[in-house]
Write a protein that binds this ligand. Sequence first.
Ligand SMILES: [Cu+2]
Length: 287
Amino acid sequence: MKTIKSFIVTFIVALVLGSCTSDGDDTPKMDENPMAEFNLLASIAANGHSLELYSEGNNGFTTGYNEIFVRIKNNADESYFANPQITWLPVMHMSSMNHSCPKSDLAVTEEHNTVAKGYIIFQMPGNADEFWDITFTYTVEGQEYSLTETIDVAAPSDGKQKVTSFMGSDDIRYVLAMVEPTDPQVAINDIRAMLFKMENMMSFPIVENYSVTLDPRMPSMGNHSSPNNVDLTYDSNAKSYNGKLSLTMTGYWKLNLKLLNDTGVVLKGEDVTVENEASSLYFELEF
Ligand SMILES: [Cu+2]
């Protein structure tokens, strides 16, 4: 009798453990929303679908680097299309002309095949008379659709410069954007920036193998610098310029920069000296 009891107990324990394990590993997670923790920027209804745009932070579209996640919902059954092929084209409609901005491709993420991810770098905000829109062209179930939606692009709420568009000494227009740090600390921070050239109004390819010197200063405190900064060099895997940013105290910092091409010619920016307190090429942060 005792043996039978213990057998039954063992059997029940095995059953419970077994079902727990299969819940964790095998059961498809149909109800899990991969975007639950994200911020819905827009849900655009068209073609019987809802194209949803998400960001990680709580901001809307801002000038500078925006990481954006895209899903396409089939409104008929509330399901999300797997492996959607999506292209996008942001366009600013200005009073004198239209232009686009730097952007990545949209690629389905490894974690969730209903979620595509990419970035857009808006180089200027919209205003009362001039606005941005994004045209999406996408293919689901073998059919191509497209839609265009107007969006609000605002300057960052702290007013600090995270992106700059400028003419180089080689007469080429460039866009330089700070991607990191997003959460600066009193420490040696990783700094990451992306550089694009304006090939024409609609095309902004990545520029490789240039370099960016870095001289962070605190203008409110005698323009002091900080030790152990590392200039930004091109990382061909990340397709960005990476370096080290030393911040020795909280407050407002101006990150004075110089952009050099692949032969070391200065395209934009100046050294900070006693006579020259800032470079014409810079980022700003305050924390
Ligand atoms: Cu514009």
